[in-house]
Design a protein around this ligand. Structure first.
Ligand code: NI
Length: 167
């Protein structure tokens, strides 16, 4: 297992649209395991392959308190969404920034698991929000893009400044 470096906004690679995974084999399972380890170490509740500069359609999520409910979604597709909720979101690629985003409160997602088997999952509230946030990453979308231009500009400036101070 290995910890993977996480891309930080406004890295243009975060805007890459990921490609579907054709074969769920050893390479993908290794990436899934490394992504989970990276997410837990961060610590975070979700991570998309895009964020570790691997542009394939896979996300890992665990919204439990005790790291006991790891979910891996390969080629996820939203097949239903309804309701509306507003909650504060953060992102491992946008460290230190928390902003309110409007999302569907209920979704149904279809995906493959690490065994390559299809599953369908209905999710509400935090899990639903997290799945939508991570699936956006696969389409090259970062949550700050839901905010006003002005806020996006401020966040960009803040993160650029932070990265200069760190490196
Ligand atoms: Ni994110």
């Amino acid at each position: 297992m290995a910890l993977l470096p996480i891309l930080h906004y406004p890295d243009p690679r975060l805007h890459t649209c990921a490609t579907p995974i054709k074969t769920v084999g050893a390479t993908i399972r290794q990436l899934a395991a490394d992504m989970a380890e990276t997410m837990y170490a961060a610590p975070g509740i979700g991570l998309a392959a895009t964020q570790v500069n691997q542009h394939v359609r896979m996300v890992v999520i665990d919204v439990s308190d005790d790291k006991s409910q790891l979910l891996t979604f390969i080629n996820p597709e939203l097949i239903e969404k309804s309701g509306e909720c507003e909650g504060e979101e953060g992102c491992l690629s946008v460290p230190g920034i928390y902003e309110t985003v409007k999302r569907a409160s209920h979704i149904v997602v279809r995906a493959l698991n690490v065994g390559g088997d299809e599953f369908v999952l209905a999710a509400d509230d935090l899990l639903a929000v997290c799945i939508q946030h991570e699936m956006d990453h696969l389409d090259g979308k970062v949550f700050v893009e839901y905010l006003s231009r002005l806020k996006q500009t401020r966040i960009k400036a803040k993160l650029v400044k932070q990265s200069r101070e760190t490196f």
